[in-house]
Design a protein around this ligand. Structure first.
Ligand code: SAH
Length: 253
């Protein structure tokens, strides 16, 4: 398989979407409401920001300065162009970076935010390594895919054995911050609408156009098929798993 071609196809399939993972403005605001209000001196780091769906909700709902980090340069460019357009460039800035290698001084941020991205470096590794970025008493808001029922159907288990074998029960993830000294502030499950409205529905129409464009490319069709399968699994089994938003606090305020 040509790795470069696969990556290019993957990003083509995921381009032009309102967001790059499950989430919604309501969910972002609900997680934000679990922490104290953020004034003009507050700093937020949004990790794995994509094109900034949640970044601009945070900018609207707070007076904080926001740095947004993503590994994919076109997403960061789109975020910065949108910040310019909205007159927010002084307060919202995207940077290309690796979430596993963030070299800010300790205690730089009041809030570390990450929607649908921490899994890519490992959820627990993310909790551990991002803690140093927070001020004492600072908050971490992070969403993670979890099993919601004790006995998911075999077909659903089989799909995630390939896609996300590290997926854990909600109850296990609620206490994942304990070893690192975080206090759990709250958590909630994203509703199915947060998967469909700004993510799977636009992604589904991207898949249809992508297949029409690449009908003779077997690699493209395989990538499209895997994405269709993911959406189909959610259609059938959305009660068995979901994205859960967790808000934790670093001790020592
Ligand atoms: N938070 C956005 C995007 C979620 S998709 C939203 O909810 O819409 C996950 C994002 O993480 C992608 O934009 C991907 O480019 C980014 N990402 C993956 N690995 C990364 C890494 N090591 N460092 C920084 N960003 C990464």
């Amino acid at each position: 398989m040509n790795e470069e071609h696969a990556v290019a196809l993957f990003f083509e399939l995921f381009s032009g979407l309102p967001r790059q993972g499950p989430g919604s403005p309501d969910a972002t605001r609900r997680a934000l409401a679990l922490m104290p209000p953020l004034g003009a001196t507050a700093r937020i780091l949004d990790i794995g920001c994509g094109t900034g769906a949640q970044t601009f909700v945070l900018a609207d709902a707070t007076a904080a300065a926001i740095e947004a980090i993503d590994a994919h340069p076109p997403f960061v460019a789109e975020l910065n162009a949108r910040a310019e357009r909205l007159g927010l460039a002084a307060r919202v800035r995207g940077h290309v970076g690796d979430m596993a290698r963030l070299d800010y001084p300790p205690g730089t941020f009041d809030v570390v935010w990450s929607e649908g991205a921490a899994y890519s470096m490992g959820f627990d590794a993310a909790l551990e390594s991002w803690k140093r970025l927070l001020v004492p008493g600072g908050h971490l808001a992070v969403s993670e895919l979890c099993w919601l029922t004790p006995d998911p159907p075999p077909e659903c288990l089989a799909f995630f054995a390939g896609e996300y074998p590290a997926m854990r029960d909600l109850a296990a993830v609620v206490v994942a911050g304990d070893p690192y000294g975080y206090r759990t502030v709250g958590h909630f499950v994203l509703p199915a609408s947060a998967w469909w409205d700004d993510y799977y529905e636009p992604l589904g129409s991207n898949v249809r156009e992508f297949k029409a464009r690449h009908g003779d490319d077997s690699l493209a069709l395989a990538i499209a098929g895997q994405t269709e399968r993911e959406i189909e699994v959610f259609t059938h089994y959305s009660g068995s798993y979901g994205y859960v938003f967790f808000v934790m606090q670093k001790p020592g305020a």
